[in-house]
Design a protein around this ligand. Structure first.
Ligand SMILES: Cc1ncc(COP(=O)(O)O)c(C=O)c1O
Length: 374
């Protein structure tokens, strides 16, 4: 029996056209992009073409896109460089951010260079915009607001445009972790004033270990990695040309197929919710259903003796899902997001996350198989 992959917020399978684009460059373009000879120049041209694809997708300038090793590095760079180079002394964030943001904030606080305030989160896990406004108004300090566009565990979406306006009016920088939404939702950086955002190819059918950070032209920051002059002096190290090509191809397809994919995944999620709640009325859905990423569905099951084995039993039945976030070395240490929202709950939470490759037949199988596991 073929496996059912419902863990597409953790990662996505690489699109065959992406593999083909990468393989072609691997085969033909081994030049170092910094070399001035022909091989080097053609590698450089490939990277700059890829940068253009990303910049076009976001309606920003090519000079604002810097390739990184992924979302973690992009977020580290935005947070740490804005403290080091832009004089930020206060960061307003939320307790539901990804660990790469939360742990960067811990490191910043430990260094004594800035302090962190957490914005109020409502019972469904959404940011309270009034509290954000109040916090911004409470101090004249140079402030960076760091809030994710979609939560990777419960799917809640941030009204990015609204938060961008709030930050702009308060004179604050705005960093948005867009790792889960990049390629899924339109982002127009000409219309929306964001200081930094991040992307990671493996979340939109590209390869792992490659991503990018968008840094608004108004923000002059110094290199994150010291070394050569790569990435216009911002990130030393020979470029991951295969990854960059794969990222650009994946982005190009994500943009071209965005509506079709979104429609397919949204209706699959609706079908899953209807079927699951009709079959097991005692399940609860986490997060805010009115503002939710169509690919993420976090479900809590009632306390039961078999609950701890739920993920393992799903895996044994050929179904891949996640206990929360899969970014903590595969060990289910419990989700800080669910823990924050439901600190006393003994229910068992599973994150199902979908792709345009999934089908309603797969949903039927999962809902049926869950019966023996609860
Ligand atoms: C919201 C969010 N931010 C950042 C990351 C980290 O991205 P990467 O795996 O590219 O380091 C992830 C990965 O799960 C994520 O979901």
């Amino acid at each position: 029996m073929s496996r059912i992959f419902f863990d597409n917020a953790a990662t996505t399978p690489i699109d065959p056209e992406v593999i083909a684009a990468m393989t072609e460059v691997m085969t033909k373009n081994y030049g170092n992009p910094s070399s001035i000879h022909s091989e080097g120049r053609s590698a450089r041209a490939i990277i700059e073409q890829a940068r253009k694809t990303v910049a076009n997708a976001l309606n920003c300038s090519i000079g604002e896109i810097f390739f990184t090793s992924g979302g973690t590095e992009a977020n580290n760079m935005a947070l740490k460089n804005s403290v080091r180079d832009l004089g930020v002394t206060r960061i307003i964030s939320s307790p539901l951010e990804h660990h790469c943001v939360l742990h960067s904030l811990d490191a910043i606080v430990a260094s004594g260079s800035a302090r962190v305030e957490m914005v109020r989160i409502d019972e469904k896990g959404s940011v309270d915009p009034e509290d954000l406004k109040a916090k911004l108004a409470s101090s004249d300090e140079k402030t960076l607001v760091s809030l994710m566009h979609s939560n990777n565990e419960i799917g809640n979406l941030l009204p990015m445009d609204e938060v961008a306006v709030i930050c702009e009016e308060a004179g604050a920088y705005f960093h948005c972790d867009t790792v889960q939404t990049m390629g899924y939702f339109p982002i127009d950086l000409d219309a929306t004033n964001v200081s930094f955002l991040s992307g990671s190819a493996h979340k939109f059918y590209g390869p792992k270990g490659i991503g990018f950070v968008y840094i608004n032209n108004d923000n002059i920051i110094k290199p994150y990695l010291d070394g050569g002059a790569q990435e216009r002096n911002m990130r030393g190290g020979t470029e991951n040309i295969y990854g960059i090509v794969g990222l650009a191809k994946a982005m190009e397809k994500a943009v071209a197929e965005r509506e079709v994919r979104a429609e397919k995944i949204s209706s699959l999620k609706r079908y899953f919710i209807e079927k699951l709640t009709a079959t097991y009325p005692e399940v609860t859905i986490n997060g805010n259903p009115d503002q939710s990423h169509f690919k993420v569905l976090s479900v809590s099951f009632p306390e039961s003796d078999k609950g701890d084995l739920l993920l393992m039993n799903l895996d044994l039945h050929g179904i891949s899902a996640s206990g929360g976030s899969a970014c903590s070395s595969g060990i289910d240490v419990g989700s800080h997001v669910i823990g924050h929202l439901h600190p006393d709950s003994k229910r068992h939470t599973i994150r199902f996350s979908f792709s345009h490759h999934n089908t309603t037949d797969e949903v039927d199988v999962v809902v049926e198989k869950l019966g023996g596991m609860l």
